[in-house]
Design a protein around this ligand. Structure first.
Ligand SMILES: Nc1ncnc2c1ncn2[C@@H]1O[C@H](COP(=O)(O)OP(=O)(O)OP(=O)(O)O)[C@@H](O)[C@H]1O
Ligand SMILES: [Mg+2]
Length: 577
């Protein structure tokens, strides 16, 4: 399974073939220079030093070669690090773009079951972890494998027997690597999960600060946090201890053994034939150089594991189904009809139960009902946020799934219960990628009674509203959202009235706006204040997802049912005020 993740990640990087190829070439050159160094010194020792020749044309040439090799090696290492980093960074960039694209094209239902934190961490932590795969794993692997191979080839050229003696160390190191991997994986996982606990605790404490302080919970939270941090410390120490023991000490010990074996073998050979002292020097040097990369490789295996886990999580998100509707029908009038409409978010609890109604174009429909009765859900279905069975819900007699997405988004606008404004200016929040003249913007604001707000804002339409429109009051935000919807000249406008945010004055504004709009488009108004929808053409009364009453204000009052009950509570309340 991880193999597939690895292959897929690799494919992402192959877009940059050129970078890869140059990276490998510079890596090869740098490594060749690395392994050439000890060989050149060996030549110096055996051919010149032992003959007592220090300075001659030949030694100077050798010195020049040596310096050149060191210099080219350094430049090569710099170039290859740069090239591999470029590959890594561009893979992360591509992944982030794709994840974001995938996220904003998910059906709304997806966000009911996926936490924001999880999505954010795909885009940030996981993408970073994947970067490590290219930066620290693949590059190091290639580099070290080339280095170790190069070293062995050089050793073979120098002395095949001593090379074989040195090679004896390899299976032991492989064993140590395997053992380290086995032992360290659970430690690593524990440390990571504790780290995410720390983050989660911090996050929760910060968001719930007012509750913590109001209920005097600081000592308890302090203690919990300390405990988690302490656990994290303990596991980290275990990890470090294992690293110290397995990585450095064990491998060093083995390389000492190998060294002893080489010196011994060297001694044995020298009994029979004359051997060159420079060869011994080169071997000792090479041995020192190949242990380091092996230790590095072992450490990188853990990073690789983490990167692949991260990669898998990112791919899961990328592969989840996108919202797909291929219908081409267009909305022309704005007639709505529901036929025995039933709906459930989770296929268990029924939220809407067998609802039938219809509205003609240009009419106004009011929806009332207690909190949680399914009012917002009903209107979200009209925006196709959730799929419904065909023929249960139709606009202009077209089943929802056959309407083209662009026509649906243009023709049906909703002002949500808690409208969202983006970080940006008032004008940007109204325009949202469309094209309107300043006149159109101001007249839309006028229509919802916000001209005075426009005058009050220091830079008018160009005033920055702050995060989520924090510069405005809740009521003003609601009205701006209505203006935003009006600008789009929809065929159907849905207003989901906020329960508490709009005061009586703002409500009067909304009501006046509604009066002005009537007849021009199909209006659906979800109201908590029944006065808002008093003169709607038709009113639906929902109760626990069922349509219990329907009719005009007057006829509903006469029925003396739920509507009359809600109305009398409100009028009594208003009388008290
Ligand atoms: N995304 C969701 N996933 C699962 N259940 C949901 C979701 N949204 C709403 N519900 C449930 O569906 C039911 C109806 O919710 P809905 O938001 O339609 O009520 P409402 O009539 O608009 O209430 P209010 O007057 O408080 O706005 C509630 O019981 C609610 O818990
Ligand atoms: Mg609601």
């Amino acid at each position: 399974m991880y193999w597939n993740v690895f292959k897929r990640l690799l494919r992402f990087s192959l877009v940059h073939k050129q970078l890869w190829i140059w990276g490998l070439i510079t890596l090869l050159i740098a490594t060749l220079c690395d392994v050439a160094g000890p060989y050149l010194i060996k030549v110096f020792i055996d051919e010149h030093l032992t003959n007592g020749v220090y300075i001659s044309e030949a030694t100077l040439t050798l010195l020049a070669f040596y310096l050149a090799a060191m210099f080219i090696g350094a430049v090569g290492h710099y170039a290859q690090a740069l090239l591999f980093s470029k590959v890594a960074l561009s893979v992360v960039e591509t992944l982030r773009e794709q994840v974001f694209h995938a996220v904003i094209h998910r059906p709304v239902a997806y966000f009911d079951t996926t936490s924001t934190g999880a999505i954010v961490s795909r885009l940030t932590n996981d993408s970073e972890a994947i970067k490590e795969l290219f930066l620290n794993v693949i590059a190091t692997f290639v580099q070290n494998l080339v280095l170790v191979t190069g070293i062995f080839i050089m050793m073979g050229i120098l002395d095949i027997h001593l090379m074989l003696v040195s090679a004896l160390i390899l299976p032991f190191i492989a064993l140590a690597m395997w053992g380290y991997q086995r032992l360290s994986t659970p430690l690593f996982q524990k440390v990571r999960s504790l780290l995410s606990d720390i983050n989660a605790r911090l996050h929760e404490s910060l968001s719930g600060m007012s509750v913590i302080q109001a209920l005097n919970q600081q000592p308890r939270f302090d203690e919990q946090f300390q405990d988690t941090v302490w656990q994290h410390y303990l596991w980290r120490v275990r990890n470090v201890r294992l690293d110290g023991l397995m990585l450095r000490a064990l491998v060093d010990f083995m390389s000492m053994l190998a060294l002893a074996a080489i010196v011994f073998a060297f001694g044995l050979t020298s009994l029979e034939q004359s051997v060159e002292i420079g060869v011994l020097y080169a071997f000792i040097n090479y041995l020192g150089r190949f242990v380091e990369p092996l230790i590095e490789l072992t450490q990188r295996l853990n990073i690789m594991q983490q990167s692949l886990v991260a990669g898998q999580r990112v791919f899961e998100l990328l592969d989840a189904p996108l919202e797909q509707y291929s219908g081409t029908a267009r909305i022309e009038h704005g007639r709505i009809e529901a036929r025995h409409l039933s709906f459930s978010y989770d296929d268990e609890t029924t939220v809407l139960d067998n609802i039938s109604f219809s509205i003609e174009p240009g009419k106004m429909l009011g929806i009332v009902g207690r909190t949680g009765s399914g009012k917002s859900t009903l209107t979200q279905l009209l925006l196709r946020f959730y799929p419904v069975a065909p023929d249960m819900l139709l606009i202009d007699d077209i089943p929802m799934d056959q309407i083209s997405t662009s026509s649906l988004r243009k023709s049906v606008c909703m002002v949500e219960q808690e409208p969202f404004l983006f970080q940006g200016t008032l004008a940007e929040n109204l325009i949202m990628g469309e094209q309107y003249t300043t006149n159109e913007l101001t007249s839309a604001l006028e229509q919802v009674g916000l001209s005075s707000l426009l005058q009050r804002l220091p830079e008018g339409l160009n005033t920055v509203l702050g995060e989520r429109g924090s510069r405005l009051s809740n009521g003003e935000r609601h009205l701006v959202a209505i203006a935003r919807a009006l600008l789009r000249q929809p065929k159907i406008l849905i207003l989901d009235e906020a329960t508490a945010t709009v005061d009586s004055a703002s409500e009067a504004l909304v009501q006046r706006t509604i009066q002005r709009l009537r007849g021009n488009l199909t209006l659906i108004v979800i109201a908590h204040r029944l006065s808002t929808i008093k003169d709607a053409d038709n009113i639906l009364v929902l109760h626990h997802g069922r349509l219990v009453e329907e009719g005009s204000h007057v006829s509903l009052l006469e029925k003396r049912g739920l509507y009359e009950h809600l109305y009398s509570i409100q009028t009594a309340h208003l009388a008290l005020e």
